[in-house]
Design a protein around this ligand. Structure first.
Ligand SMILES: O=C1O[C@H](COP(=O)(O)O)[C@@H](O)[C@H](O)[C@H]1O
Length: 230
């Protein structure tokens, strides 16, 4: 299920989203002594990252990771890790612990297995998940064009999987739907008229293989809060 929250500007959205996420992280720390958040990359979240980085939180008790990563060096402009380090893990948030998805050169079965164990031990289930959405309806790196889409949406797939999109650049590593779906707070952050058109299309039927974001919009156990601004 979903709920659409519309904002008059991207700046207003960033402020309100940072407030909501800070409060969820703070509640998780109060309850469990620590908190975890998975964020998305791409072009949308920079302003939100900045607003969140300025929040007075016990950042040393917060684990930050990505819902997905492009398998490129962290110095590459396409790296979501680079984006997070430059825009979120700054100021007060510099004390947060970052869980790197891009480890080493090769995305091998052994790398995935090590990451899966570590993610289960430190991060999962996420207290907060911030999803993005591509114009093809992908979210995280669950790409409808990829051969791995069945695996990515399957209920039994282990936390992380390798994804090779055919209509977008870079090999990816992504959390699976099964593990993202267990997050305690799920937010879909999108901006612009194009993304609203994509969202309207996603809401028009329930074929998740055509638009994987639908898995988060139509699952009765997930309360996806959509944050949208022009
Ligand atoms: O490739 C990716 O794209 C999506 C959407 O990005 P945007 O630039 O359209 O905001 C993003 O959510 C994902 O993390 C990223 O790897």
């Amino acid at each position: 299920m979903y709920n659409l929250n519309e904002f008059e500007s991207r700046e207003a959205l960033d402020v309100q989203l940072a407030d909501k996420v800070a409060s969820a992280l703070s509640d998780a720390i109060a309850q469990n002594g620590s908190a975890s958040i998975a964020v998305s990359g791409g072009s949308t979240p920079k302003g939100f990252f900045k607003a969140l980085s300025e929040k007075d939180l016990a950042w040393d008790k917060i684990h930050v990771t990505l819902a997905d990563e492009r398998w490129v060096p962290m110095t590459d402009d396409a790296s979501n890790t680079k984006l997070v380090h430059e825009n979120l893990l700054v100021g007060k948030a510099a004390k947060a612990k970052f869980f790197h998805l891009k480890q080493g050169e090769t995305l091998s079965a052994e790398t995935l297995s090590d990451l899966n164990l570590a993610a289960k031990a430190t991060l999962l289930p996420f207290d907060v998940l911030i999803l993005g959405m591509g114009e093809d309806g992908h979210t995280a790196s669950l790409f409808p064009c990829s051969q791995e889409i069945h695996e990515g949406l399957a209920k039994t797939t282990g936390p992380l999987l390798k994804v090779q999109p055919t209509t977008a650049p870079h090999l990816r590593i992504s959390f699976s739907f099964a593990y993202l779906a267990q997050s305690k707070n799920t937010i879909l952050h999108i901006c612009g008229d194009n993304k609203k058109t994509v969202l309207d299309k996603a809401l028009s039927n329930q074929d998740v293989l055509e638009m994987p974001i639908r898995a988060f919009l139509f699952d009765d156990n997930i309360d996806t809060q959509i944050y949208w601004a022009k």
